[in-house]
Design a protein around this ligand. Structure first.
Ligand code: GRF
Length: 215
């Protein structure tokens, strides 16, 4: 099995990166993390990658005159590393349409809400303010519009009486860590087809053979 080479873009804590690193530590997992890129030098996520023996780069967005220039540097770094799939894991920069188009069908993000509800930031506080009874997380393919791409996988958690945003976030995060590696596995196995803005997941091929080429 040829494992897909994954590049992970991070800005902060990196707990989702850790979930991906842990999944990829199993040699039977169909993807490996080949590069972690942070846009801030002191992102704790970088130390997680280093501990796992994964190559890291820091590309500070402030060093570039425009979003296009920053994204071009990201793109170069990913392509130089032979990356097949990009995972956004708490990456706090909006990506330009040109960059996103270049990775169409091969770039995924984990969002802490059940999309299309609660796009953007502060999802847990907003969910509480609306009084929803179910909340959760979504892994979706990245398109130029924020948090709008075809949904790959979702997990729901109950909203409990007495929850504050931190308690709810913690319950959702447990599901993010479970869901993100599962979604990456589907994509890396070539089982994700996209049509009409929706994903369709092919059944696994028999005998553990990889199903389809890259979508
Ligand atoms: C996660 O809640 C993720 O859904 C959101 O940003 C947070 C990143 O957390 N996009 P971490 O850096 O993975 O711990």
């Amino acid at each position: 099995m040829v494992r897909k080479r994954v590049g992970v873009l991070v800005s902060g804590r990196g707990s989702n990166l850790q979930a991906l690193l842990d999944a990829c530590a199993d040699s039977a997992f169909p993807a490996e993390i080949a590069l972690v890129i942070a846009n801030v030098a002191d992102a704790p996520a970088l130390a997680r990658a280093e501990r796992a023996g994964v190559a890291t780069r820091t590309i500070p967005h402030r060093d570039f005159p425009s979003r296009e220039d920053f994204d071009a540097a990201l793109d170069r770094a990913l392509r130089e590393a032979g990356i097949d799939i990009v995972c956004l894991a708490g990456f706090m920069r909006i990506l330009t349409p040109g960059f996103v188009e270049g990775w169409r069908g091969r770039m995924i993000n984990v969002h802490p809400a059940l999309l299309p509800a609660f796009k953007g930031l502060d999802t847990h506080a907003r969910a509480l303010a609306e009084g929803v009874k179910l909340h959760g997380c979504t892994v979706h393919l990245v398109v130029p519009d924020l948090d709008a791409g075809p949904i790959l996988a979702q997990a729901a958690v109950p909203v409990l009486d007495g929850d504050d945003a931190d308690a709810l976030a913690a319950r959702v995060l447990i599901q993010e860590h479970r869901l993100y590696p599962l979604a990456l596995k589907l994509l890396a196995e070539g089982r994700v087809r996209i049509g009409n803005g929706r994903t369709h997941i092919d059944a696994p091929a028999p005998d553990g053979v990889l199903a389809n080429p890259q979508p």
